[in-house]
Design a protein around this ligand. Structure first.
Ligand code: 13P
Ligand code: SF4
Length: 304
Protein backbone atom coordinates (compact mmCIF):
# COMPACT_ATOMS: atom_id res chain seq x y z
CA UNK A 1 0.00 0.00 0.00
CA UNK A 2 2.61 2.57 1.08
CA UNK A 3 4.89 1.47 -1.81
CA UNK A 4 2.03 2.36 -4.24
CA UNK A 5 1.60 5.77 -2.66
CA UNK A 6 5.33 6.43 -2.91
CA UNK A 7 5.28 5.52 -6.62
CA UNK A 8 2.26 7.77 -7.23
CA UNK A 9 3.97 10.64 -5.39
CA UNK A 10 7.19 10.21 -7.38
CA UNK A 11 5.26 10.11 -10.65
CA UNK A 12 3.27 13.29 -9.82
CA UNK A 13 6.46 15.06 -8.72
CA UNK A 14 7.89 14.31 -12.15
CA UNK A 15 4.71 15.33 -13.99
CA UNK A 16 4.60 18.74 -12.25
CA UNK A 17 8.39 19.31 -12.28
CA UNK A 18 8.09 19.48 -8.49
CA UNK A 19 10.69 19.07 -5.77
CA UNK A 20 9.85 17.57 -2.37
CA UNK A 21 11.69 19.24 0.51
CA UNK A 22 11.43 17.73 3.99
CA UNK A 23 12.67 19.00 7.35
CA UNK A 24 14.76 16.66 9.50
CA UNK A 25 11.83 16.28 11.96
CA UNK A 26 9.36 14.83 9.44
CA UNK A 27 7.99 11.28 9.74
CA UNK A 28 10.48 8.60 8.57
CA UNK A 29 8.48 7.69 5.45
CA UNK A 30 8.29 11.35 4.39
CA UNK A 31 12.06 11.80 4.77
CA UNK A 32 12.53 8.58 2.81
CA UNK A 33 10.77 9.86 -0.32
CA UNK A 34 12.01 13.46 -0.12
CA UNK A 35 14.36 14.84 -2.79
CA UNK A 36 16.14 16.86 -0.14
CA UNK A 37 16.06 16.71 3.65
CA UNK A 38 17.73 19.32 5.78
CA UNK A 39 17.66 21.92 8.53
CA UNK A 40 15.88 25.25 8.16
CA UNK A 41 18.95 26.91 6.60
CA UNK A 42 19.62 24.17 4.03
CA UNK A 43 15.96 24.08 3.01
CA UNK A 44 15.82 27.89 2.61
CA UNK A 45 18.91 27.78 0.40
CA UNK A 46 17.41 24.95 -1.66
CA UNK A 47 14.10 26.82 -2.02
CA UNK A 48 15.98 29.89 -3.28
CA UNK A 49 17.95 28.05 -5.98
CA UNK A 50 15.84 25.12 -7.22
CA UNK A 51 14.66 25.24 -10.86
CA UNK A 52 11.51 23.22 -10.10
CA UNK A 53 8.12 24.79 -10.89
CA UNK A 54 6.52 23.49 -7.70
CA UNK A 55 7.96 23.12 -4.19
CA UNK A 56 6.18 20.60 -1.96
CA UNK A 57 7.24 21.68 1.52
CA UNK A 58 7.05 19.01 4.17
CA UNK A 59 7.63 21.03 7.29
CA UNK A 60 5.66 23.71 9.11
CA UNK A 61 4.00 26.88 7.86
CA UNK A 62 6.85 29.36 8.40
CA UNK A 63 9.18 27.16 6.31
CA UNK A 64 6.78 27.11 3.36
CA UNK A 65 6.35 30.88 3.76
CA UNK A 66 10.13 31.32 3.54
CA UNK A 67 10.12 29.30 0.31
CA UNK A 68 7.30 31.50 -1.08
CA UNK A 69 9.24 34.63 -0.05
CA UNK A 70 12.44 33.46 -1.75
CA UNK A 71 10.84 31.92 -4.87
CA UNK A 72 7.68 33.90 -5.71
CA UNK A 73 7.54 32.52 -9.26
CA UNK A 74 7.11 28.97 -7.91
CA UNK A 75 3.99 27.31 -6.52
CA UNK A 76 4.71 26.40 -2.89
CA UNK A 77 2.54 23.61 -1.49
CA UNK A 78 2.22 22.86 2.23
CA UNK A 79 0.37 19.50 2.33
CA UNK A 80 -0.96 20.26 5.85
CA UNK A 81 -1.95 23.88 6.18
CA UNK A 82 -2.61 23.28 9.89
CA UNK A 83 1.08 22.42 10.52
CA UNK A 84 2.12 25.55 12.40
CA UNK A 85 4.85 26.41 14.87
CA UNK A 86 3.72 27.59 18.32
CA UNK A 87 7.01 29.47 18.79
CA UNK A 88 6.45 31.42 15.56
CA UNK A 89 2.98 32.39 16.85
CA UNK A 90 4.45 33.84 20.07
CA UNK A 91 5.35 37.20 18.52
CA UNK A 92 3.36 39.42 16.18
CA UNK A 93 4.57 42.29 14.00
CA UNK A 94 2.64 44.76 16.19
CA UNK A 95 4.36 43.45 19.34
CA UNK A 96 7.74 43.64 17.64
CA UNK A 97 7.07 47.25 16.61
CA UNK A 98 6.30 48.15 20.26
CA UNK A 99 9.61 46.57 21.33
CA UNK A 100 11.48 48.40 18.55
CA UNK A 101 9.93 51.71 19.66
CA UNK A 102 11.45 51.18 23.13
CA UNK A 103 14.91 50.59 21.60
CA UNK A 104 15.23 52.98 18.64
CA UNK A 105 18.04 52.19 16.20
CA UNK A 106 18.73 48.73 17.67
CA UNK A 107 18.83 46.10 14.88
CA UNK A 108 16.37 43.19 14.99
CA UNK A 109 17.63 39.63 14.46
CA UNK A 110 14.70 37.28 13.83
CA UNK A 111 14.87 33.51 14.04
CA UNK A 112 13.33 32.00 10.89
CA UNK A 113 10.75 30.33 13.17
CA UNK A 114 8.55 33.42 12.73
CA UNK A 115 5.82 34.71 10.44
CA UNK A 116 6.57 36.48 7.15
CA UNK A 117 5.12 39.66 8.66
CA UNK A 118 7.52 39.54 11.62
CA UNK A 119 10.42 38.93 9.23
CA UNK A 120 9.27 41.97 7.24
CA UNK A 121 9.74 44.12 10.38
CA UNK A 122 13.25 42.75 11.00
CA UNK A 123 16.76 43.68 9.85
CA UNK A 124 18.16 40.19 9.37
CA UNK A 125 17.02 36.59 9.87
CA UNK A 126 18.96 33.68 11.32
CA UNK A 127 18.62 29.94 11.83
CA UNK A 128 20.15 27.89 14.61
CA UNK A 129 22.96 26.97 12.18
CA UNK A 130 24.10 30.56 11.52
CA UNK A 131 22.78 32.64 14.47
CA UNK A 132 26.28 33.13 15.86
CA UNK A 133 27.66 34.41 12.54
CA UNK A 134 24.61 36.64 12.05
CA UNK A 135 25.08 38.24 15.49
CA UNK A 136 28.83 38.68 14.84
CA UNK A 137 28.10 40.27 11.44
CA UNK A 138 26.32 43.24 13.04
CA UNK A 139 28.43 46.32 13.75
CA UNK A 140 26.10 47.45 16.56
CA UNK A 141 26.88 46.21 20.07
CA UNK A 142 23.21 45.83 21.01
CA UNK A 143 20.52 43.77 19.26
CA UNK A 144 16.91 42.69 19.60
CA UNK A 145 16.49 38.92 19.25
CA UNK A 146 13.05 37.37 18.56
CA UNK A 147 11.25 35.08 19.21
CA UNK A 148 13.34 32.28 20.81
CA UNK A 149 14.72 33.23 24.24
CA UNK A 150 16.74 30.00 24.45
CA UNK A 151 18.54 30.31 21.11
CA UNK A 152 19.05 34.01 21.94
CA UNK A 153 20.63 33.30 25.34
CA UNK A 154 22.85 30.59 23.86
CA UNK A 155 24.17 33.02 21.23
CA UNK A 156 24.54 35.82 23.79
CA UNK A 157 26.90 33.59 25.81
CA UNK A 158 29.06 33.11 22.71
CA UNK A 159 29.11 36.85 21.84
CA UNK A 160 29.81 38.48 25.21
CA UNK A 161 30.64 41.88 23.67
CA UNK A 162 27.01 42.38 22.53
CA UNK A 163 23.95 43.14 24.65
CA UNK A 164 20.82 41.17 23.71
CA UNK A 165 17.22 42.29 24.18
CA UNK A 166 15.09 39.14 24.19
CA UNK A 167 11.55 38.16 23.40
CA UNK A 168 10.25 35.45 25.74
CA UNK A 169 9.26 32.96 23.01
CA UNK A 170 10.19 29.30 23.16
CA UNK A 171 9.68 25.91 21.53
CA UNK A 172 7.24 23.88 23.64
CA UNK A 173 8.69 20.63 22.29
CA UNK A 174 12.29 21.39 23.32
CA UNK A 175 11.23 22.93 26.63
CA UNK A 176 9.55 19.63 27.57
CA UNK A 177 13.05 18.11 27.79
CA UNK A 178 14.03 18.48 31.47
CA UNK A 179 17.33 18.27 33.35
CA UNK A 180 15.87 15.21 35.17
CA UNK A 181 15.17 13.33 31.92
CA UNK A 182 18.66 14.09 30.56
CA UNK A 183 20.34 13.06 33.84
CA UNK A 184 18.31 9.83 33.83
CA UNK A 185 19.52 9.02 30.27
CA UNK A 186 23.09 9.93 31.20
CA UNK A 187 22.97 7.51 34.13
CA UNK A 188 21.58 4.76 31.84
CA UNK A 189 24.23 5.49 29.17
CA UNK A 190 27.32 6.77 31.00
CA UNK A 191 29.55 6.46 27.88
CA UNK A 192 27.23 8.46 25.62
CA UNK A 193 27.82 12.06 24.53
CA UNK A 194 24.87 14.43 24.95
CA UNK A 195 24.12 16.58 21.90
CA UNK A 196 21.27 19.09 22.04
CA UNK A 197 19.54 21.81 20.05
CA UNK A 198 19.88 25.47 21.15
CA UNK A 199 16.07 25.73 21.42
CA UNK A 200 16.50 23.72 24.64
CA UNK A 201 16.25 25.41 28.05
CA UNK A 202 19.62 26.89 29.19
CA UNK A 203 19.93 24.46 32.13
CA UNK A 204 19.59 21.56 29.65
CA UNK A 205 22.03 23.03 27.09
CA UNK A 206 24.51 23.45 29.96
CA UNK A 207 24.64 19.64 30.28
CA UNK A 208 25.51 19.11 26.60
CA UNK A 209 28.82 18.05 25.07
CA UNK A 210 27.77 19.91 21.92
CA UNK A 211 24.92 22.31 21.03
CA UNK A 212 23.96 22.69 17.36
CA UNK A 213 21.28 22.75 14.66
CA UNK A 214 19.74 19.50 13.39
CA UNK A 215 22.18 19.29 10.44
CA UNK A 216 25.02 20.12 12.82
CA UNK A 217 24.03 17.00 14.76
CA UNK A 218 24.46 14.81 11.67
CA UNK A 219 27.96 16.19 11.12
CA UNK A 220 28.95 15.94 14.77
CA UNK A 221 27.72 12.36 15.27
CA UNK A 222 29.23 11.23 11.94
CA UNK A 223 32.65 12.71 12.69
CA UNK A 224 32.82 11.87 16.41
CA UNK A 225 34.82 8.78 17.42
CA UNK A 226 32.17 8.11 20.12
CA UNK A 227 29.68 5.31 19.47
CA UNK A 228 26.75 6.35 21.71
CA UNK A 229 24.83 9.62 21.68
CA UNK A 230 21.95 11.02 23.73
CA UNK A 231 20.00 13.24 21.36
CA UNK A 232 18.25 16.36 22.63
CA UNK A 233 15.99 17.39 19.81
CA UNK A 234 12.80 16.28 18.04
CA UNK A 235 12.56 12.51 17.51
CA UNK A 236 12.38 12.73 13.70
CA UNK A 237 16.15 13.30 13.58
CA UNK A 238 16.76 9.70 14.68
CA UNK A 239 15.71 8.33 11.27
CA UNK A 240 18.73 9.65 9.34
CA UNK A 241 21.14 9.46 12.30
CA UNK A 242 20.54 5.69 12.50
CA UNK A 243 20.51 5.23 8.73
CA UNK A 244 23.83 7.04 8.25
CA UNK A 245 25.59 5.55 11.31
CA UNK A 246 24.74 1.84 11.50
CA UNK A 247 27.58 1.14 13.96
CA UNK A 248 26.48 3.84 16.44
CA UNK A 249 23.65 4.00 18.98
CA UNK A 250 21.28 6.93 19.51
CA UNK A 251 19.02 7.52 22.53
CA UNK A 252 16.35 10.22 22.70
CA UNK A 253 17.00 12.48 25.73
CA UNK A 254 13.30 12.61 26.61
CA UNK A 255 10.19 10.73 25.47
CA UNK A 256 8.49 14.17 25.27
CA UNK A 257 10.55 15.24 22.24
CA UNK A 258 7.74 14.96 19.68
CA UNK A 259 6.54 18.07 17.83
CA UNK A 260 2.86 17.41 17.01
CA UNK A 261 3.02 19.84 14.08
CA UNK A 262 6.05 18.21 12.48
CA UNK A 263 4.33 14.84 12.73
CA UNK A 264 1.11 15.89 10.94
CA UNK A 265 2.16 15.37 7.30
CA UNK A 266 1.50 11.85 5.97
CA UNK A 267 2.19 10.29 2.58
CA UNK A 268 -1.57 10.53 1.91
CA UNK A 269 -1.46 14.29 2.54
CA UNK A 270 1.45 14.67 0.11
CA UNK A 271 -0.35 12.66 -2.56
CA UNK A 272 -3.55 14.70 -2.19
CA UNK A 273 -1.56 17.91 -2.32
CA UNK A 274 0.13 16.87 -5.58
CA UNK A 275 -3.21 15.72 -7.09
CA UNK A 276 -4.96 19.00 -6.27
CA UNK A 277 -1.91 21.32 -6.34
CA UNK A 278 -3.15 22.73 -3.03
CA UNK A 279 -2.91 24.13 -0.38
CA UNK A 280 -0.73 26.90 -1.81
CA UNK A 281 1.18 29.20 0.55
CA UNK A 282 1.56 32.80 -0.63
CA UNK A 283 2.78 36.02 0.97
CA UNK A 284 1.40 39.50 0.07
CA UNK A 285 3.94 41.28 -2.16
CA UNK A 286 4.62 44.25 0.16
CA UNK A 287 5.39 41.90 3.08
CA UNK A 288 7.29 39.48 0.83
CA UNK A 289 9.74 42.12 -0.41
CA UNK A 290 10.60 43.32 3.11
CA UNK A 291 10.84 39.77 4.51
CA UNK A 292 13.02 38.77 1.54
CA UNK A 293 15.48 41.57 2.34
CA UNK A 294 15.93 40.11 5.88
CA UNK A 295 16.29 36.55 4.54
CA UNK A 296 18.67 37.63 1.74
CA UNK A 297 20.93 39.35 4.28
CA UNK A 298 21.10 36.08 6.21
CA UNK A 299 21.76 34.01 3.07
CA UNK A 300 24.60 36.38 2.07
CA UNK A 301 26.57 35.35 5.17
CA UNK A 302 29.07 32.67 4.08
CA UNK A 303 28.61 29.16 5.48
CA UNK A 304 31.59 27.21 6.87
P1 13P B 1 16.86 23.45 12.50
O1 13P B 1 16.60 22.23 11.69
O2 13P B 1 17.17 24.62 11.65
O3 13P B 1 17.88 23.18 13.55
O4 13P B 1 15.46 23.85 13.20
C1 13P B 1 14.90 23.27 14.29
C2 13P B 1 13.43 23.55 14.41
O5 13P B 1 12.87 23.53 15.47
C3 13P B 1 12.66 23.81 13.23
O6 13P B 1 11.36 24.01 13.59
FE1 SF4 C 1 8.14 24.94 16.28
FE2 SF4 C 1 9.50 23.55 18.11
FE3 SF4 C 1 7.92 22.25 16.42
FE4 SF4 C 1 10.20 23.39 15.55
S1 SF4 C 1 10.01 21.70 16.99
S2 SF4 C 1 8.17 23.50 14.59
S3 SF4 C 1 10.27 25.20 16.87
S4 SF4 C 1 7.26 23.76 17.97
Amino acid sequence: MSENIKLEIRSLLKKHNAVLLAHNYMRDEVQEIADITGDSLALSIEASKTDADVIVFCGVHFMAESAAILSPEKKVLLPRLDAGCPMADMVTAAELELLKAKHPGVPVVTYVNSSAEVKAHSDICCTSANALKVAQSLKENELIFVPDRNLGRWIENAVPDKKFIFWEGFCPTHERMTVESVMQKKSEQPDALFVCHPESAPEVSALADYVCSTSGMYDYCRNSPASKFIIGTEAGILYKLRLENPGKEFFLASSALFCPNMKLTSLEDILLSLETLAPVVTVPEDIRLKAKAALDKMLAIPRD
